[in-house]
Design a protein around this ligand. Structure first.
Ligand code: DC
Length: 229
């Protein structure tokens, strides 16, 4: 079967990463979580006092972009890649609610997106890659052989996020999480540059009422169909 490029886009917390990671492992493809890259930039900005009272110091961040290097290293323990920022393991630190609360405005900045898209396109040069995000099928890999657009209701996505954070021991409030999910949806779909939208040739998957196993099966079928063409 030929090595194809698979682009998975959709709203936050709709389970894109779980299905993408599982498929990558099953078919031996590289998996890239592009959201992790925007989260790592956000962590850098927060750690270096480039955000004050929610306001981003854009001039300084623009200047600092050359010092931000994001890489992924496959972790055989859980069979998935971990995120590194300037060679430091940050996988856990980029998944907190604090990062989620600051990431959308960072991801809306043109100079941040330009640099991330450049790196993402480089990672996908050889094919055999699954990347998930918001603009993968529309901007990063518009020629991808398989594009999926994943969606689920905001309440269900907030419940999933709540369960995920609680399992990690983070104390969180359901109302705050729902607010964060809806706010991010708004910013992600209304920003000027590469807003989240469904590519015309994407297959839509509404997984509100699907189990993880059902989604996995659905995605595997979609992959087989696309790779055999
Ligand atoms: O998928 P996620 O929740 O980890 O993404 C974090 C943020 O990054 C989210 O608010 C949208 C943004 N993002 C983006 O703008 N473009 C991408 N390709 C991936 C994520």
């Amino acid at each position: 079967m030929k090595k194809i490029t698979i682009a998975i886009d959709g709203y936050s917390s709709c389970g894109k990463s779980t299905m993408a990671k599982d498929l990558a492992r099953e078919i031996g493809y590289v998996y890239v979580d592009s959201g992790a890259m925007y989260r790592a930039v956000t962590l850098y900005a927060l750690s270096n006092s480039l955000i004050h009272d929610g306001k981003i110091d854009e001039a300084r961040l623009r200047d600092e972009m050359k010092n931000i290097h994001i890489t992924f290293r496959f972790n055989p323990e859980h069979g998935r890649p971990d995120t590194y920022l300037n060679n430091e393991y940050v996988e856990d630190r980029i998944r907190t609610l604090e990062i989620s609360e600051h990431v959308s405005p960072i991801a809306a900045l043109g100079f941040v997106r330009e640099e991330m898209v450049r790196q993402q396109q480089q990672m996908g040069q050889e094919g055999g890659i699954i990347m998930d995000g918001r603009d993968i099928g529309t901007t990063v890999f518009p020629e991808a052989e398989l594009k999926i657009f994943v969606t689920a209701s905001s309440e269900i996505r907030a419940q999933r996020r709540y369960a995920e954070l609680s399992a990690k021991g983070e104390v969180c409030d359901m109302a705050d999480i729902l607010h964060n999910v809806e706010e991010r949806d708004y910013i992600d779909t209304h920003r000027e540059i590469s807003p989240l939208r469904q590519a015309a040739d994407a297959l839509v998957l509404d997984n509100s009422h699907m189990t993880i196993a059902e989604q996995k099966q659905w995605l595997l079928q979609a992959y087989k169909h696309a790779a055999e063409d």
